[in-house]
Design a protein around this ligand. Structure first.
Ligand code: ATP
Length: 359
């Protein structure tokens, strides 16, 4: 049973279609990320869920209630925007209490109850005692935590986060993403976060919704999205991927220039279909004496140390397209991998992805 159910949602801005027939189910307590490049429709979808922008067609149900036509104030959500959007003239406590003071529930509006709830929330976000400070006296990360506290103050069923970390510097961002994830887990609140940052989505989400040009390309766990991308777009947008223009040779083989590669994935494609074969840099291995499937001879044209691993640009015999491979530093030492080195490599066939469309 889904907590939030979106059915056949469309959104037009004049002639332009920002969302094309989006259907999506989100379970209670899930942390979902809408991930995609700028302009793909992530924010438009989030705003439709909040009622801030009415969809052109389609329906949205939350906890079994049809909220499609309701104004934002009759929906059950808290929201955090990219820019902190705190009231600068109100103290931290008054910012957090804002929704509580305007609650339709008289008990929630009681002064003692508000004071207690604000203290509880400040404790939760690690800012106990900051009640009387003003937003300008807080760092960006602290302001965003206050915005988060304000969003969850009334205990909404749904938390919406619109690029909440993108205005912060890298170190604060990494720290805060752990805090938000932990807070979400503790509260068990169904959460949707919009981001164009794949690392953010991979580390925080239970489920990632990858969007492109107003459509959903794939929905899956971070592992599924990374290991089994459903399209060339997803494969290229999440992580690093080599793409090789190829042809289907027979049921289990593709031809890349003068080289044949065994693969698991092209069973239903006709011979000579033009395809894009994709392989992650870390899935290319130095050949070991086991039963290798796709052995290639290569020389290292470029070599870059990246700390925990090294990235090598390869010239592969029989393939005239660039390929990069990532090697652990142990592999680098054991096999003397460096610029100009010659080596035998293996590409496990189950790690090859074959896409019909061009990359
Ligand atoms: N009010 C509007 N009027 C006209 N076009 C709009 C409006 N709002 C959004 N769009 C267009 O709809 C498309 C999707 O916009 P949206 O803001 O949802 O993208 P996004 O994926 O959130 O991108 P970003 O990461 O840059 O915020 C864009 O092409 C945008 O220009």
């Amino acid at each position: 049973m889904s907590y939030l159910s979106i059915q056949n949602l469309k959104k037009h801005f004049g002639e332009f279609t920002a969302l094309q027939d989006i259907s999506l189910d989100i379970k209670e307590g899930e942390f979902v990320c809408f991930l995609g490049p700028s302009g793909c429709g992530k924010t438009t979808l989030l705003r439709a869920i909040a009622g801030l922008d009415q969809q052109s067609e389609g329906s949205i149900h939350q906890a079994g209630r049809d909220i499609s036509q309701l104004p934002p104030d009759q929906r059950d959500f808290g929201i955090v925007f990219q820019s902190y959007a705190l009231f600068p003239n109100l103290t931290v406590a008054d910012n957090i209490a804002y929704g509580l003071k305007n609650s339709s529930d008289a008990k929630v509006r009681q002064r003692d109850a508000i004071t207690q709830r604000v203290d509880e929330l400040l404790e939760l976000i690690g800012l106990a005692g900051a009640n009387h400070k003003y937003p300008s006296q807080l760092s960006g990360g602290q302001q965003q935590r206050v915005a988060l506290a304000r969003a969850i103050a009334t205990k909404p069923g749904l938390l919406l986060l619109d690029e909440p970390l993108s205005a912060l510097d890298a170190r604060v961002r990494v720290h805060l993403r752990r805090e938000i994830k932990e807070l979400q887990r503790t509260l068990g609140i169904t959460t949707i976060m919009v981001t164009h940052d794949q690392e953010e989505a991979l580390t925080m989400a239970d489920k990632i919704v990858v969007m492109n040009n107003g459509v959903i390309e794939q929905v899956g766990t971070p592992e599924e999205i990374y290991a089994a991308p459903a399209s060339a777009f997803v494969a290229s947008f999440v992580g690093t991927m080599n793409f090789l223009n190829s042809f289907v040779s027979d049921t289990n083989r593709v031809q890349v220039d003068e080289t044949y590669l065994s693969c698991d994935a092209c069973g239903d494609m006709e011979q000579d279909t033009q395809v894009s074969v994709a392989i992650r840099p870390e899935d290319i291995r130095v050949r070991f004496n086991g039963d290798a499937t796709n052995t290639l001879r290569a020389s290292v044209r470029g070599f870059e140390y990246l700390g925990a691993f090294a990235r090598a640009e390869l010239d592969v015999d029989g393939i005239h397209q660039p390929i990069v491979a990532d090697f652990s530093m142990n592999d680098v030492r054991d096999h003397n991998i460096c610029c100009g080195a010659q080596m035998h490599l293996d590409i496990p066939k189950h790690r090859l992805h074959v896409f019909r469309e061009a990359s």
